[in-house]
Design a protein around this ligand. Sequence first.
Ligand code: FAQ
Length: 330
Amino acid sequence: MSIASPPVPAPAADPGTTPDIEALQRHFDDTIAAEHRIEPRDWMPDGYRRTLVRQIAQHAHSEIIGMQPEGDWLLSAPSLRRKAILLAKVQDEAGHGLYLYSAAETLGADRADLTDKLIEGRQKYSSIFNYPTLSYADVGVIGWLVDGAAICNQVPLCRSSYGPYARAMIRICKEESFHQRQGYELLLTMMRGTDEQRAMVQDAVDRWWWPSLMMFGPPDAESPNTAQSMAWGIKRHTNDELRQRYVDMTVPQAEFLGVTLPDPELSLDPETGRHRFGAIDWSELKRVISGEGAMNRLRLARRRAARDDNAWVTEAATAYAEKHAAEKRA
Ligand code: FAQ
């Protein structure tokens, strides 16, 4: 299904008259119902704007904080080839963060303010990045499972009703697809290696499987935002639908790889063709989201240091831009 820009312009109020909010709301509702995109210039309800800023900012923060777990292995990559691949991947995540902060800026958010909110714990980032990377197999498993979950979640966002977000997601998903393949290729290489390498991969899968299922968010019955976000066309599927899709996609990949997913209840339901899986420990997700995961403090401390240590770059760039703007005006 494609989403086009609205063919009919929103009703404009004559200068000096009070805008007709009901007409604007009707036009917004019609645009959403027709599966057309909302663009930055369009009128939108405050709740729609707030929800988008919340989700896009959280997504951007996740990409930037998400550079850390794999970034920890840049200096210890086992070969020049692996280092070059990992460098490219981590750099891509920075790019994703930038596209997403830019999308948030089209809604009137200020990027520096969003970063402050992240550092002060007033905005979230994905729970998955609060786990440590203990061996190089973790780099492969992050590519396979974490990027795999991210793709599952993000491909439908390419059809999100907000134009700048949807367009950013198209490019991000293409790059995430490369990320997943490099992770899977790394794991295939290790699985064809020594017993010790195979054990490293299995250990990493054991640690990352359940947290990757939690990336999709709380179960639908406990997800306060899903219903409204779906009505607005921001989200296209519920958390549980996407989690199920991810399990169904990943089980055959695990079999091909030769690893065991750490869930004794995992089984194929022959009637539905879908996989049943065991109960997720939701108390762990709550704990990690509330800042008590193994790596929360370190992740935010590093982000804070990066902001503070590099403030002079922002100041210099701002002064340079102001100087040139003044010269132009003169
Ligand atoms: N972690 O009502 P819902 C990546 C919060 S990028 C932390 O279901 P919603 C790429 C949620 O914000 C990964 N918090 O919320 C990469 C809400 O709190 P709030 C990030 C979570 O928004 C790979 C509350 O719980 N992807 O991996 C989590 O409708 C490798 C209630 O939840 C995105 O952000 C969680 N897992 O659905 C980078 C995708 N789950 O804000 C580097 C876009 C829920 O009300 C290396 N986001 N919460 O205070 C989404 O699709 C949605 O926002 C969901 C949550 C599905 C994450």
